[in-house]
Design a protein around this ligand. Sequence first.
Ligand code: FPP
Length: 253
Amino acid sequence: MNSDIPSLRPDSLPRHIAIIMDGNGRWARKHSLSRIRGHREGAESVRDIVRVCREIGIEVLTLYAFSTENWQRPRPEISALMKLLKQFLKSELAEMMENNIRLKAIGQIERLPADVVKVLREVMDTTIKNQGMILNLALSYGGQDEIVEAVRKIVAEVRADRLKPEEITKAVFSNYLYTQGMPEPDLLIRTSGEMRVSNFLLWQIAYTEIFVTNTLWPDFRREELIHIVHDYQERERRFGETGDQIKRGRGRQ
Ligand code: FPP
């Protein structure tokens, strides 16, 4: 490895990294290219980041690939993004199998075009037994919708007498989210400088460390990811406690 790349401590790695991949359009404009070319270059960053996360031992990598709000984009851009996603899934399957990566998806998957859903389900089924890392794609995803859907499911359970209102705890509520069974993100990265959460994993990021970089997503590659994880390892996570309590080894379980 390059000498200016910091070495990471395996005992304090983030278990779950979530990324808001922003800036494909600005990258394209900067290079006088079409927005679609920006997304295509962005897909190269996805490949690189998936590889490095697997290599360093991340358990879950969640990528915000398409939000519910993105359906409002011009039709040709939506079509190009769907095509790119389908190509990505097909071209990466062999590598996912080789590297023991399981694909999962969160969001209103049924809103995606039928051909994309088909490939997505095939890749999820094929990789279902892989245990090296979960690559979790947020597709047609909106955090507020996710919470509303969870509430609806819980209400249905209560009405059917399968759940009592007093049994609804934070842990029970989490089980009705798309991310059910996954650890909450330890680190949220947003590229291209915007200081917003953009309806991403609203419930799950309650205690997540946030890192915003000005780098545009197509320029975001492995070295920067490693630097950010190193920065994360230097931070003190307090979960509402004092620094002294954390040092005495209490902290959140
Ligand atoms: C944000 O850039 C990016 C997206 C809306 C889509 C993300 C898609 C990819 C990275 C490529 C394909 C994904 C996979 C999983 C293969 P933007 O268009 O909002 O950029 P801008 O804010 O600069 O216009």
